[in-house]
Design a protein around this ligand. Structure first.
Ligand code: 13P
Length: 337
């Protein structure tokens, strides 16, 4: 394991004012997103949207890495070069989603285990040779009734740790993503308790598998009530609960936390990150690995203006700038106007 390379990559990804753009939607998910804005989904339309997204002139001021999907890492950028080469030339590291999706967990209704360990070593080696320097694996944990089960937590933690160890052996920094879903009627306190259990199990499994924590990043959910809960958390409450969780359930040698947005609006996800960074200093960088919270308004604008990229580019530049400011706790709501 090249621990120097892993540390260098992990620290680069959470460098000052920058974070990760998650553009690794599977073809199924991306098709839903495109169809929702009236664009039919094909390899060409997915490439058109993403290649133009990556061509936004100031992207690298806020984006240190982009997570790609297997289809995208093999496609071309606007200048005809391969997308990973194009990103690298712009000082943005290419990353790759390496799980093959959340599948029904046997004997556990409504729960999943994320798959993709078979052949992972060979796939990581190929992605590294194509320029990828980090990877993502998303485990999905659902709250509700008696859920999550111990089986769901332990199988997902085991898979995350096995994935992380294989990635590190192959020179890729693993983003460890155990997402506790916002779907459900649970309180923020329940989200806190379940996320704490999931994180503890994940670090136990990482220890067993020998994962090198200074060369890994954590991608967690924030602590929020379920979408169906009667009360919403205000920004300060979400930020304080999430900070309490992370300070008590994340080893200090993890260099950075890169949050998922998980269905929060663009402004909510930005406000929460901003508030947390204002509560520092923290033992780790607090950054983003947002999908929808960086792309939602840009995708909509692109769909309406495919012949005039200045409009989607200015919308994406704005979201990038807001996220960049939130890294320093310098964002405020009036900047959104
Ligand atoms: P969202 O920010 O839209 O939740 O996506 C992040 C991600 O990559 C989920 O795996």
């Amino acid at each position: 394991m090249d621990t120097d390379l892993l540390e260098e990559t992990a620290n680069f990804l959470v460098g000052p004012g920058r974070g990760i753009l998650a553009a690794d939607e599977s073809n199924g998910t991306m098709s839903k997103r495109l169809e929702a804005v009236g664009v039919s989904s094909s390899p060409e339309s997915r490439n058109a949207y993403r290649a133009n997204l990556f061509a936004m002139p100031t992207m690298s001021e806020a984006i240190s890495g982009v997570i790609l999907y297997d289809e995208t890492i093999r496609q071309q950028a606007v200048d005809g070069t391969q997308i990973p080469d194009y990103l690298t030339a712009r000082n943005v590291l290419p990353g790759i989603k390496v799980d093959t999706g959340a599948k029904q967990l046997a004997g556990h209704e409504n729960e999943t285990v994320t798959e993709g360990l078979d052949g992972l070593r060979e796939r990581c080696a190929e992605y590294f040779s194509m320029g990828a320097r980090f990877a993502k694996w998303r485990a999905v944990i659902r709250i509700g009734g008696d859920l999550p089960s111990d089986a769901c937590i332990s199988t997902n933690a085991h898979a995350l740790a096995r994935y992380a160890a294989i990635c590190q052996e192959q020179g890729l920094v693993p983003i460890i993503e155990p997402e506790v879903l916002m779907e459900g009627e649970h309180s923020a306190q329940r989200c806190f308790e379940v996320t704490a259990l999931v994180l503890d199990a994940t670090w136990d499994a990482c220890k067993t598998q020998g994962v090198y924590l200074p060369g890994a990043l954590l991608k967690p959910n924030m602590v929020l009530p379920g979408k169906g809960h009667s009360q919403r958390s205000d920004v300060e409450t979400c930020a304080q609960m999430t900070i309490d969780l992370l300070h008590n359930h994340v080893p200090k040698d993890i260099p950075g936390i890169v949050f998922l947005s998980g269905g929060q609006s663009e402004v909510e996800a930005t406000a929460h990150l901003n508030a947390m960074n204002n509560m520092g200093p923290h033992p780790f960088e607090l950054s983003y690995s947002y999908g929808r919270a960086l792309q939602a308004s840009t995708l909509k604008t692109w769909a309406e203006n495919q012949d005039d990229l200045s409009k989607p580019h200015s919308v994406f530049a704005h979201r990038c700038k807001m996220a960049h400011l939130a890294r320093f706790g310098n964002w405020s709501e009036d900047l959104e106007a």
